[in-house]
Design a protein around this ligand. Structure first.
Ligand code: TRP
Length: 460
């Protein structure tokens, strides 16, 4: 694989060369000016990349329905790093999204040996409780378990027909000795990501998946699979406009007028084209160039920005005709906060992170010991100033504890100019973190007996 990177979602070490990841995997950049009511993670470039986020932004503009799907591994304690996804989920929820959260209990069993019972208990006490305290609205939040949602498992199995071992080898690096439960985990995750579009879970609508960039391989897989199920492909047309092309496959040959000898039945084909045009009619285009023989319909007046909406139209037709009609998922990616020691944040090394239920004493100790961007002596610090890009206290203020941009800028300026000493910025961090953790703990107390409100009926 020469100089290209492979992202391993299960590795403990992740690449932090975000620009390179974005380029290599073709992720889009976030344009903050296009984000309504941007949250602090958006404003500060912490949410740094996406796939098809414009589709969801379009829904927000038009007040069209869209959903969020994200997931948690119920195998460890929840720490600050995990809270970033929930901050994004809450933001999407405020912009009108319905929320589905998967407890990846099958994945935790497959990849970490966590029993389903233990996974359930851990999910509730560590994650669901904190999600409530972080301010998710239970009215539009549905948390479910992979192990108790047959629709997800059925979908995983069905979607498995659209991929193969070679693809798993190239995306995940799976080998002959890879455990078969582990091999199933990505398909279950594809099932997680796709299933909110099923009729019984809210129906056809764009779904956005906010995750750390380590999860992108699953999105690549799922988007690829969704694309392969499509009966109609919607693409930009070379000389302007867009083209809708029939994708003839096993399930739709007859419906598309392809007889067993391969010949195209004109009457059937013309009928499909009429339906196709009718399905796109709400978009208001006047000019269509049908080529029933080749199975293409050109729409010269359509704009590339219309593709998502045209796709919704033809996916809904596909469903009426008997296809699955699956919208490829959208996604957003955040950077990882550095661990407190300067290494990676990890549940298995408590000194690298702050847990949601850390005591103030324990948090204080960790911040005091944290990696600093200050100079070795006060004299040098006054002259050269501190380095915010290395300083843990600063970065924790930036990622988590200081929501006021002006205040954060002031702290950065004072630190970099040497006016603020390393010990002083740590104290600011400790003060803000104390407020943050105390508030969270109070909110947790309010929710202790009400966690069921967040659970889907099949999770009760
Ligand atoms: N694999 C994810 C993790 O390691 C958990 C997960 C399972 C997930 N299904 C998901 C995340 C669907 C996002 C979307 O944390």
């Amino acid at each position: 694989m020469d100089n290209s990177t492979r992202i391993d979602p299960w590795a403990s070490q992740q690449s932090t060369d975000y620009a390179r990841i974005r380029d290599q995997f073709g992720l889009g950049s976030i344009d903050v000016s296009r984000i309504p009511n941007p949250s602090m993670l958006h404003r500060r470039g912490i949410v740094f990349a996406h796939r098809d986020l414009d589709v969801v932004l379009g829904c927000m503009e038009r007040s069209d329905p869209f959903g969020v799907l994200t997931g948690l591994m119920p195998s460890g304690k929840m720490h600050l790093g995990h809270s970033m996804v929930i901050d994004q989920v809450r933001w999407f929820q405020e912009q009108g999204a319905d929320i589905t959260v998967t407890v990846a209990d099958l994945e935790a069993l497959a990849t970490r040996g966590t029993s389903l019972e233990k996974g359930r208990e851990n999910a509730m006490t560590e994650y669901v409780h904190n999600y409530a305290a972080l301010g998710l609205d239970p009215d539009s939040t549905n948390i479910y378990f992979q192990s108790s949602r047959p629709a997800v498992q059925r979908l995983a199995f069905t979607l498995g027909r659209k991929t193969n071992l070679s693809e798993f080898e190239s995306i995940y690096g799976f080998k002959g000795d890879t455990n078969l439960a582990h091999v199933q985990a990505p398909l279950i995750q594809a099932g997680d990501i796709i299933h909110p579009q099923l009729e019984e879970f809210g129906g056809l609508r764009p779904i956005v998946v906010p995750v750390g960039v380590d999860q992108d391989p699953h999105l690549r897989l799922t988007r690829g699979i969704a694309g392969k199920t499509h009966w109609f492909n919607v693409k930009p047309r070379k000389n302007g406009g867009i083209t809708v092309a029939l994708s003839v496959q096993d399930g739709n040959k007859e419906i598309f007028g392809v007889s067993s000898n391969g010949r195209v039945d004109r009457t059937t084909r013309d009928g499909i084209f009429e339906k196709l045009k009718a399905s796109i009619a709400p978009m208001g285009y006047s000019d269509f160039i049908p080529n029933p023989k080749h199975g293409t319909l050109d729409i010269p007046g359509a704009k590339v920005e219309d593709i998502a909406q045209v796709r919704m139209c033809v996916l809904s037709l596909e469903r009426k005709l008997g296809g699955m009609g699956l919208m490829p998922p959208c996604s957003t990616y955040h950077r990882f906060a550095i661990g407190m020691t300067g290494d990676k944040m990890s549940s298995s090394q408590p000194e690298t992170t702050i847990f949601m239920d850390d005591s103030i004493e324990s948090m204080t100790k960790k911040v005091k010991k944290a990696y600093s961007g200050g100079q070795p002596t006060v004299e040098e610090h006054r002259i050269h100033g501190g380095d915010c890009s290395k300083d843990v206290a600063f970065q924790y203020l930036q990622f988590f504890f200081e929501s006021d941009d002006a205040e954060l800028t002031r702290i950065a300026r004072d630190y970099e100019s040497g006016r603020l000493l390393a010990g002083e910025i740590k104290q600011i961090c400790i003060d803000r973190a104390t407020e943050w953790l105390t508030d969270l703990s109070e909110k947790r107390d309010m929710w202790t007996d009400r966690l069921d409100e967040f659970l889907a009926p099949d999770a009760l």
